[in-house]
Design a protein around this ligand. Structure first.
Ligand SMILES: Cc1ncc(COP(=O)(O)O)c(C=O)c1O
Length: 450
């Protein structure tokens, strides 16, 4: 075990204070929340987190890709404080405020597309998706939506209708919106058609045309196609490079493209949006999570022509664009720019991925490594040959990490996700990667012996 500078865990977890928090949470908070391990947080700064018993952890989860500028970045905290002293809320549904104009101008210029754009604000990712569903239906006057299996777009009834990553998310909530057609995502490591990339020559696109559009989906009734450029909750799965370009034939049929950038956006992949790696410009972009470094804020940025199809009163949200969250959003964008966080994500992402690829060579249970910037998935399997999913092994690894002072969580069933704050420093990241490798090595030796 290498010496630790940042991760400090004393004794067995959870400690006594964390145990008490966990017990009371179970009594008063909805059991619908699923957690990986009993971390009860006392404070967090940058990429380091303290629990209520005084243990310190390295953060490879960033509040699920939310803490883009790390925890309590001084400039974000200052922006929140200053705005809170001026006014905390007034509701953009009925009144005007200046910082909202400024954030909208910034978002419109950061989102690609040489056309005019406008912004709608909500509080959560799901709300952004709901807005995009309503907007694209309203503009096209068409009823259908396209989405992928493995997709995660949120948990409210509309967004949930697009979501298809785990049955438990829908359990007890059906019927949902029936006008959603799901089709397979090009998950190359587990190709649904048992093909190999690139020899497959994008058979996935042909299959969609032949088995969906030619058989049962009237394309002229499709309003929009929702996609995550790199599936998040589905297991950190990037589409192959030309996939979305090949799907662009749908646009000639009047189908609008909605890129869900709720997890991949705001610099996480080394570019402002994940879709920028794929050479297409969507009609609508959904943002949330990292946009305000932890304050609830979401947005859709859409072609002005689409937004202008909405009449006053057609859609709104009382808490959307809360002025304190908007200030946090402005400070987040400032910090990303002035501290070169996209460059950091790119640079450290290359280093981390190299290390994960070395682990793939060394350990039988590391099946696949994929992603961009500080958005990397490491798929754990029982053996490379069978690719049998290592659900239990992935859980053992993240438990090992937790017990040794590193916070890592799982995406999908068996993929470790590496999503630290965009301003993680190299020394903290390296120590976290050492702990993660120790965990993988330990589980690898028990799995391969068994
Ligand atoms: C890609 C994507 N879309 C939508 C959502 C839903 O966001 P929220 O939980 O803020 O509603 C998430 C959340 O994980 C997500 O990852």
């Amino acid at each position: 075990m290498k010496p630790r500078r940042f991760a400090k865990v004393e004794g067995k977890l959870p400690g006594p204070k964390a145990q008490a928090v966990v017990k009371k949470t179970a009594k008063y908070v909805s059991p619908s929340i699923s957690r990986f391990y009993p971390l009860a947080i006392e404070s967090a700064h940058g990429s380091l987190v303290k629990d209520v018993d005084g243990n310190q952890f390295i953060d490879f989860a960033a509040g699920i890709a939310v803490l883009s500028t790390g925890s309590t970045h001084p400039k974000v905290v200052q922006a929140i404080k200053s705005q809170a002293e001026k006014f905390v809320h007034f509701s953009y549904t009925d009144f005007y405020y200046e910082n909202l104009v400024e954030l909208s101008e910034r978002l419109v210029s950061l989102v690609p597309g040489s056309f005019q754009k406008m912004v709608y604000y909500g509080n959560s990712g799901a709300e952004a998706i709901e807005a995009a569903m309503k907007l694209t239906r309203n503009y096209t006057k068409r009823p259908l939506f396209l989405s992928h299996s493995g997709a995660f777009h949120g948990r409210t009834m509309g967004a949930l209708s697009l979501t298809a990553s785990k049955p438990i998310q829908r359990k007890g909530a059906i019927p949902l919106i029936p006008e959603v057609v799901h089709f397979p995502f090009p998950y190359c490591y587990r190709c649904p058609w048992k093909q190999t990339f690139p020899e497959c020559d994008y058979y996935c696109v042909d299959y969609f045309k032949e088995q969906y559009l030619e058989k049962f989906v009237p394309v002229d009734e499709v309003a929009s196609y929702f996609f995550e450029p790199i599936q998040g909750e589905g297991g950190y799965v990037p589409a192959p490079p030309e996939y979305f370009k090949k799907m662009e034939f749908l646009r000639k049929e009047g189908v609008l493209f909605v890129s869900d950038e709720i997890q991949t956006g705001v610099g996480r992949t080394g570019k402002f949006l994940g879709v920028e790696h794929f050479g297409i410009v969507p009609d609508v972009v959904a943002l949330a999570k990292g946009i305000a470094s932890g304050l609830p804020l979401s947005a859709i940025v859409a072609k002005a022509e689409l937004m202008e199809s909405w009449k006053p009163g057609q859609h709104a949200s009382t808490f959307g664009a809360n002025p304190v969250a908007v200030e946090a959003g402005l400070a987040t964008l400032d910090v990303i720019k002035s501290e070169h966080l996209m460059e950091n994500a790119k640079k450290l992402g290359v280093k981390a991925k190299k290390r994960f690829l070395e682990m793939k060579e060394k350990y039988e249970i590391v099946g696949d490594v994929r992603g961009m910037g500080l958005f990397v998935g490491v798929e754990i399997v029982k053996s490379k040959a069978t690719k049998a999913r290592g659900d239990a092994e992935a859980k053992q690894i993240i438990d090992y990490c937790f017990n040794h002072g590193l916070l890592v969580i799982i995406a999908g069933r068996n993929t470790l996700r590496f999503i630290p704050p965009l301003n993680i420093t190299e020394d903290v990241m390296d120590e976290g990667l050492d702990i993660l490798e120790e965990g993988i090595a330990a589980v690898n030796s028990t799995t391969t012996k068994a």
